[in-house]
Design a protein around this ligand. Structure first.
Ligand code: CTP
Ligand code: MG
Length: 380
């Protein structure tokens, strides 16, 4: 049995965000809020259940796949408590259940781990909390508007803001929800457990686990996640003199080949560096197994596809790539369309190829080798 299940509630309508789509499906930094939330849970050892509005089950599955997680999709209810209950009914035999707001999309995995660790150490209900930073006052006539009549200041040192995931012994949470049927909707699961007279432990929360509620929160998430489009550059040079045939831009050409541990395809290698560089994921040397004996003579395509897969693991996909080949031979123009087709298929996005000579200058100009320079544009 899986020890831990995480119910990610994502069935809210997002009224306060006001995007006109259920909040978890609204785009922030190039991806739905739910995708960011699930990506943050990918490294956690737990079964994931995602609770979504009816009709969005297939979208939720596609989002989970893009986030690189396996998630069981459940249809939610009218209130957050209804949605948690729907998730709880589908949890199965997990020992611990965490309930997490999809809207807390930037929650660090370390926070999730702190909650799980507290459960392992014996707590049966755990909540991540943050100190309250603002001076807080109660209101005598609560109208939730500027017309409120202010009461006394509440000592903020005695206050904590609740975050998620909140973690529970599964049986205890079931009992709390069964008892809560009569109590109406709650937006805090620990409160229901506390109503049973059970203690609730606190662990440290994180400012990054803030809940995306309003447009200003979405802007903050957007800036924390960084730009959704990035550019990268890569270059490579190989000398003529290899044993094999000439391989360049994913094609085989007439004449002697290029040197290199792999097939010496400088075009593919430059593309790999441009893609990895754009995503901030290092260069071809950091792709597993480039120097591996099993990759002796490997075609450039192997590395390009590995780079695209590495990007996907980190939530990036290529938009387009442009490569320029410097050299005396081969003549790129003669097979440009073929090269572009081959490279586009590898990258999964349009690749354009141009060729130029160096007017006879330098080693490249003397025909001693081939140089390639690539730029890549990628999106989150
Ligand atoms: N939630 C849910 N089912 C509901 C209501 C809320 O699963 N019927 C989830 C939301 O998707 C969110 C979390 O509970 O991840 C916290 O709720 P909230 O921030 O209030 O989200 P919304 O209810 O969508 O937003 P709003 O209140 O502005 O409509
Ligand atoms: Mg709500």
């Amino acid at each position: 049995m899986t020890e831990t299940a995480i119910i990610v509630v994502a069935a809210g309508s997002g009224t306060r965000l006001g995007r006109g789509v259920p909040k978890a499906f609204a785009t922030v930094a190039g991806a739905p809020i739910l995708e960011h939330a699930l990506r943050g849970l990918a490294a956690v050892d737990a079964r994931l259940l995602v609770v979504v509005p009816a009709g969005l089950e297939a979208d939720a599955s596609a989002i989970a796949e893009r986030a690189g997680v396996a998630a069981h999709v459940v249809v939610g209810g009218a209130t957050r408590a209804d949605s948690v209950a729907a998730g709880l009914a589908a949890v199965g035999d997990a020992r611990w259940v965490l309930v997490h707001d999809a809207a807390r999309a930037l929650t660090p995995a370390a926070q999730v781990e702190r909650v799980i660790a507290a459960l392992r150490e014996g707590a049966s209900a755990v909540v991540p909390v943050l100190p309250v930073v603002d001076t807080v006052r109660s209101v005598e006539a609560a109208r939730h508007s500027e017309g409120d009549v202010l009461g006394p200041i509440v000592d903020r040192a005695a206050l904590r803001a609740m975050q998620t995931p909140q973690g529970f012994d599964a049986a205890l949470l079931r009992r709390a929800y069964a008892a809560a049927d009569a109590m109406g909707a709650s937006t805090d699961d620990a409160q229901l457990v506390q109503a049973l007279g059970e203690p609730v432990a606190a662990v440290r929360g994180d400012e990054l686990a803030f809940k995306i509620t309003t447009a200003a929160d979405a802007d903050r998430a957007e800036s924390l996640l960084g730009p959704a489009i990035r550019v990268g550059i890569g270059a490579d040079v190989h000398a003529f003199g290899g044993d094999g045939p000439l391989r360049l831009a994913g094609l085989e050409w007439e004449g002697p080949g290029l040197e290199g541990h792999s097939d010496g395809d400088a075009v593919c290698h430059a593309i790999v560096d441009a893609l990895l560089g754009a995503a901030g994921l290092g260069d071809i040397g950091s792709l597993v197994g480039v120097d591996d004996p099993q990759h002796a003579g490997a075609h450039g395509e192997v590395f390009v596809r590995a780079a695209v897969a590495r990007l996907a693991e980190h939530g990036w996909r290529p938009m387009n790539v442009a490569v320029q080949v410097l050299g005396v031979r081969p003549r790129i123009g003669s097979r440009r369309d073929e090269a572009q087709r081959a490279l586009s298929a590898m990258v999964g996005a349009p690749v354009s190829v141009s060729g130029t000579t160096t007017d006879g200058l330098g080693a490249i100009g003397r025909g001693e080798g081939v140089q390639a320079v690539a730029t890549a544009l990628i999106r989150r």
